[in-house]
Design a protein around this ligand. Structure first.
Ligand code: NDP
Length: 336
């Protein structure tokens, strides 16, 4: 049904991903962009013109707390560098607005807990921008794994990497403070997610290894490559790699009576894959529109958000990621 009204969204941090969200907003039925929060006046002017935003809905970072007095913004979508996710989530919650925060949710599990508590206290909902939960191939991977369609999954390989040979030295992805880590924070989180949601289990132990640094003038503070193995209570293993020096985008699962796989698997797609019975034939959808509409329709009807995109889901990933770093740093198997 057509919603009685649309959820009014403001985007905070107008970088690359904010621009990707534009097409999701254009295709959305349940929300519309009604404000921006930015440190760059030229972007404010450009977004104002593109979306017909009123001046009163355009904020600098310093003015963000004034959102509390603006009934024309319901939710803030935070697309800032990872290291700013926690503080901005706390500020938005304090202003009484719902929050979608991009992945990775924060830099530590502890920060995730603080964000969850702050949103609960403020009576606002908190979601993490896990777009793949709305993508048909991934919905199918989850079903195949969790419903044991091919029996118990024993072995998963899930890896995502991009060759960033041209990355600027000043890019925040190379900063420990702003990114929290290297590709594990930005890309590896998708591999951790895939292992967890295909098995429907939480890992109990992890081993991990750093790879060689081939761009030492860039990767001084954060890892360039990392490989890890998650051990699950059923005995299943998920082995993954993420890197900034190779293009990899694959998922493979082996169960007792068959296999299923995707490649490309974890990027924006379009995805392709097969099971041991035949090829997948799912439509290409706008992942961002589907994600925005599910979140907006829940909030508009005052329902709690689904657990697969909740703050607690983001927290569970950070718990695993912290374990992966501990294992790589110590060279020991870490119990989670
Ligand atoms: P960008 O660097 O392109 O954009 C970040 C924006 O944040 C900047 O353009 C700037 O916007 C603002 N900003 C505020 N303070 C700083 C600062 N100190 N340094 C840099 N930027 C700052 O990053 P992305 O858009 O690629 O990533 C943003 C977030 O989105 C990350 O958490 C990332 O993990 C996530 N992401 C998610 C994806 C997904 O598929 N779900 C894909 C890509 C990213 P302004 O000029 O308006 O102030």
């Amino acid at each position: 049904p057509e919603p009685a009204r649309k959820l009014n969204i403001a985007i905070c941090g107008l970088g690359r991903y904010a621009n990707v969200l534009k097409s999701g907003l254009a295709d959305s039925r349940y929300c519309r962009l009604n404000g921006v929060i930015t440190g760059t006046p030229a972007k404010a002017a450009q977004w104002k013109a593109e979306f017909g935003l009123p001046d009163k809905n355009i904020y600098s970072y310093d003015q963000l707390d004034q959102l509390a007095n603006n009934p024309d913004i319901d939710l803030v979508y935070i697309t800032l560098p990872n290291g700013l996710h926690k503080d901005y989530t706390l500020r938005v919650a304090k202003a009484g607005k719902h929050v979608i925060v991009e992945k990775p949710m924060a830099l530590t599990e502890r920060d995730c807990r603080e964000m969850i508590d702050a949103c609960q206290r403020a009576g606002v909902q908190l979601a993490v921008g896990y777009r793949l939960h709305y993508e048909p191939h991934h919905i199918e991977l989850k079903r195949l794994g969790q419903e044991k369609v091919f029996g118990q999954v024993r072995w998963i390989e899930a890896s995502l990497g991009y060759r960033l040979a041209g990355i600027a030295a000043a890019d925040w992805h190379l900063s420990k403070v702003l990114a929290g880590g290297g590709p594990l924070m930005n890309l590896g989180v998708y591999c951790v997610q895939a292992g967890r949601y295909v098995l429907g289990e939480e890992p109990i132990a992890v081993t991990a290894q750093y790879g060689p640094v081939t761009m030492p003038d860039r990767f001084k503070e954060v890892e360039e490559n990392i490989m890890w193995q998650l051990y699950f209570p059923s005995g299943a293993i998920c082995t993954s790699a993420t890197t900034a020096n190779s293009n990899i985008d694959r998922f493979f699962a082996s169960a007792d009576e068959g296999t299923f796989e995707l490649s490309p698997a974890l990027s924006y797609g379009p995805f392709a894959g097969k099971t041991s019975r035949g090829v997948f034939n799912f439509p290409v959808i706008n992942q961002q529109a589907a994600q925005l509409d599910d979140i907006a329709s829940h909030i508009l009807s005052n329902k709690p958000l689904p657990s697969h995109i909740s703050g607690d889901e983001g927290r569970k990933d950070m718990r695993v990621i912290e374990g992966i770093y501990r294992a790589a740093n110590t060279g020991k198997k870490v119990l989670l």
